[in-house]
Design a protein around this ligand. Structure first.
Ligand code: ZN
Length: 378
């Protein structure tokens, strides 16, 4: 089975990250300058893609309507400074071990660079570079245009976007407000050293002297009835009329994942949860979430009291309704834009973790080892 069938979109970046080598400047610089290495170029967090001349980039992309553009060091040497990481921010992504370089016998090195940084190339240099690109090379937003790509490439682009955006947003030290400098091949930033007479930054006196790229946990949970035959879904106020999805929310400080799942379910729908089963996770680089997907059963009352700010509507759906909607979403016959007129339910497409946690329950792949108590029915 192709892995796209059972993994979440933006997962599957299998580059060998060589994280222990990121401090080895001479190694990373020689990799960057190697003729076999390739660079993914971003402009304001939009990756450079190749789109055939007869494809309108504004249209909803399809798998065959474009591919990622790769550049060599000689193409972008004027835009970066490998010694100081001044000019464009660059990030070493890792070695692609599915793509061996004959001369070295190791995987091809992959890097990413962002043109729009505070210390980046002058607007004239950047504009001149962009204007030199062929007309089929376009900077397109990661969402939705990575859906043109195979899932593995999209995962690499997602990683690059997340780290580049974090570098943009972490330009100032969270402890003292001084500017920070990029270290470790783009994966850390450190508070710039204070000048004489200034108060020493607390970040330079402890193990917290670095800031790292963020990953913010959020949860999403498919809530199952006590009899195991129905699923509780909600529709957001701004969602299309038939589009329902799972309860979701951000994990807060001092909260375990399971506490977060219980809190969000209670707040958004009014139900208490029994057993919580972890399913899978999805990196979501907008800017830096990790969506953790769960399936849980209800404990006690099944009366739904949707939180007004969160959901316009929340209700139980039968397994039959869910299976029909899953088929529609997977086949593309029913989507947000074009719902199936014969169905009252549209579900998330297969690139969303929501689709996979709902599918796992509908296909009886989730096993609750603790029996949920029978609750009152609505
Ligand atoms: Zn500081």
């Amino acid at each position: 089975m192709p892995w796209e069938d059972h993994s979440n979109f933006f997962a599957g970046n299998d580059l060998h990250r060589l994280s222990e080598k990121r401090t080895n400047k001479s190694l990373i610089q020689s990799l960057a300058k190697d003729a076999s290495s390739r660079f993914i170029l971003f402009n304001d967090l939009n990756p450079l893609m190749e789109v055939p001349a007869d494809v309108d980039p504004k249209l909803i992309p399809t798998k065959s309507s474009g591919q990622l553009a790769y550049l060599k060091y000689e193409d972008i040497a004027s835009l970066i400074d490998l010694d100081t990481n001044a000019q464009s921010q660059w990030v070493f992504l890792g070695l692609d071990e599915t793509d061996q370089v004959a001369e070295t016998g190791q995987g091809r090195a992959n890097f990413a660079i962002e043109l729009q940084t505070l210390d980046g190339p002058s607007s004239t240099t950047a504009a001149s570079f962009i204007s030199s690109l062929p007309p089929t090379s376009k900077f397109l937003s990661v969402r939705p245009h990575t859906f043109r790509l195979d899932a593995r490439t999209a995962a690499i682009v997602g990683t690059a976007r997340a780290v580049l955006e974090w570098n943009q947003k972490a330009r100032f030290c969270p402890s003292c407000g001084r500017s920070t400098v990029s270290e470790e091949s783009g994966w850390k930033r450190i508070c710039r050293k204070e000048v004489e007479g200034e108060k020493v930054c607390v970040a330079r006196k402890s193990t917290q002297s670095f800031t790292h790229p963020r990953t913010d946990n959020s949860i999403i949970v498919a809530i199952v009835s006590a009899d195991g035959q129905r699923l509780l879904l909600g529709r957001k106020h701004r969602a299309p009329p038939k589009f329902f999805s799972c309860v979701a929310g951000f994990q807060e400080p001092g909260e375990t994942l399971e506490e977060c799942v219980r809190r969000e379910a209670k707040e958004e729908t009014g139900v208490d949860l029994g057993q919580i089963v972890y399913h899978s996770s999805q990196p979501w680089p907008f800017p830096s979430q990790l969506m953790l997907g769960f399936v849980a059963n209800v404990r006690g009352s099944e009366t739904v009291r949707p939180e007004e700010d969160e959901f316009a509507e929340a209700r139980w759906f039968t397994k039959e309704e869910i299976l029909t909607a899953l088929d529609g979403a997977a086949s593309g016959k029913s989507s947000f834009a074009n719902p199936d007129p014969k169905s009252d339910l549209v579900l998330a497409p297969p690139w969303a973790v929501a689709h996979h946690i709902i599918k796992a329950w509908a296909h009886n792949e989730v096993v609750f080892t603790e029996r949920s108590s029978e609750g009152s029915r609505i």
